[in-house]
Design a protein around this ligand. Sequence first.
Ligand code: 8DG
Length: 166
Amino acid sequence: MFLKKVYTLVFLRNETQILLGLKKRGFGVNKWNGFGGKVEQNETIIDAAIRELKEECCVVVNKCDLKNIGHLEFTFEGDSLLMDVRVFSASNYQGVPVETEEMAPKWYGYDEVPFDNMWPDDRIWFPYMVKNKLFFGKFHYKGFDTILNYELQELKSMETFYKNKK
Ligand SMILES: Nc1nc2c([nH]c(=O)n2[C@H]2C[C@H](O)[C@@H](COP(=O)(O)OP(=O)(O)OP(=O)(O)O)O2)c(=O)[nH]1
């Protein structure tokens, strides 16, 4: 039995670039990533995505501009935690990303994404996101550097995926 915790992960994107943030503290420190974190009690997933984006880089996004593009699950050898990560993309937003105590933002061209300084699974599923394919990925780690096994599939619709998910 796993103990599931839900997280958000938001990527601001345009046709040529994607915004990443260098995590300055906590889980995933010193890695480039999208913006996100734990969904709190009594908070919807979409509200958590909006809140975390604002807290981490001071950008405001409207609900209707956040598109759920993927679902990721992470488990770790010897640990009962299952991280359930809802991935979103947005190209409309208000404000200019700025550095906060948690993240230092930077725009990257799609061909210069710094995978060597990111979670190892990112290089596996990023190509789906870049090609605008919806995806579901499951990664089982040993420690935080080694993927022991994984599954990745393209989805036709996130709604259908969640409807059929147990
Ligand atoms: N790209 C990518 N993101 C990941 C992976 N694993 C993983 O947890 N994430 C994301 C999901 C969340 O956005 C973030 C982890 O959330 P967090 O621990 O920073 O949450 P938080 O801000 O609420 O935490 P806290 O420090 O305030 O307690 O990292 C991964 O393998 N790849």
